[in-house]
Ligand binder design. Structure first.
Ligand code: CP
Length: 313
């Protein structure tokens, strides 16, 4: 499969076969004997209009590990966006500076797709508002595969802000490409999974034996799941609804004692940052996997860059 020059904007742009191919390439890139030369002299443009710790740093380190470099900005307030330069023009300018690939994070849904239209080099969506975060989903899938040994036939509970959490949107759409998965959406009613994704589960789920249900109480699900995927309340996307954000801030708080009936191999995952959703005592549990999950982001992003830049096939 050839990913050279491909944009990664939505997990829906990838077939199951393409996702599997990316995940199966990770080990070979990670242990590549000539890794430091795979992307030698290649440069990634980093256009971060929103804060980031993991996505930004892992892309930077990934490019360095492959022998390449990065350049760009991580705070739109020091760019000409404050002078009302359009996203289209900002992308066009970077496109003309000889970069090989562009990584963009932006608060608006559709921003990465627009960037891909404006750009002649491949664009990777590092998160567009509440919409999609496909590289997070690839690292989530990699982490699930690594711990569960499969992506079919799993029971996955997604917990928290399912309305605005882009990682759970991408993960739901990804798991619908697999077979016989049970998806549990646990959230307050005000922060439920968007209707279009519920409709998609309803329509496409039965084609591959996938089911879903919506619930409110995390305690009702812990014993039955293979993966417990927690998310924080996306306060920055609730805008004027800060009272709602405060109300739900601690609504789902996982503590170590709640894991006593979990399956032995059940893993707790979280895209991070966490706020109050996971108590520190969970970190010492064999079920905790969120730090390894974040580390896997480095390996998955190395692989994506190597594939898109044509360094591996
Ligand atoms: N998971 C994730 O996207 O983290 P950052 O916002 O820190 O990049």
């Amino acid at each position: 499969m050839d990913f050279k020059g491909k944009d990664i904007i939505s997990i829906n742009d990838l077939t199951r076969e393409e996702i599997d191919a990316i995940l199966h390439t990770v080990e070979s890139v990670r242990k590549h004997p000539d890794k430091r030369r795979l992307c030698k002299d290649r440069v990634s443009a980093m256009l971060f209009f929103e804060p980031s710790t993991r996505t930004r740093t892992s892309f930077e380190v990934a490019m360095r590990n492959l022998g390449g470099q990065v350049s760009g900005f991580y705070d739109a307030r020091i760019t000409s966006a404050v002078k009302e330069e359009s996203l289209w023009d900002t992308v066009k300018i970077h496109d003309g500076y000889g970069f090989d690939v562009m990584v963009i994070r932006h608060p608006l849904k559709g921003a990465a797709r627009l960037a891909a239209e404006a750009s002649t080099i491949p664009v990777i969506n590092a998160g567009d508002g509440p919409n999609q975060h496909p590289t997070q989903t690839l690292l989530d899938l990699y982490s699930i595969l690594e711990t569960q040994g499969r992506l079919d036939g799993l029971t996955v509970a997604m917990v928290g802000d399912l309305a605005y959490g882009r990682t759970v949107h991408s993960l739901t759409e990804a798991l619908l490409k697999y077979n016989n998965c049970n998806l549990m959406f646990i959230s307050p009613r005000d922060l439920a999974m968007p209707g279009h994704l519920i409709d998609k589960c309803r329509k496409e789920g039965p084609q591959r034996g996938n089911t879903f249900e919506e619930g409110r109480r995390i305690e009702d699900y812990i014993a039955g799941v293979d993966v417990l995927y927690l998310t924080r309340i996306q306060k920055e996307r609730l805008e004027a609804r800060t009272a709602l954000a405060e109300k739900f801030r601690s609504i789902y708080r996982l503590e170590a004692g709640m894991l006593k009936d979990a399956k032995p191999n059940m893993k707790v995952m979280h895209p991070l940052p966490r706020v109050d959703e996971i108590a520190p005592d969970v970190d010492h549990s064999p079920h905790a996997y969120y730090f390894q999950q974040a580390r896997n982001g480095l390996f998955v992003r190395e692989t994506l860059l190597a594939l898109i830049l044509g360094a591996v096939r």
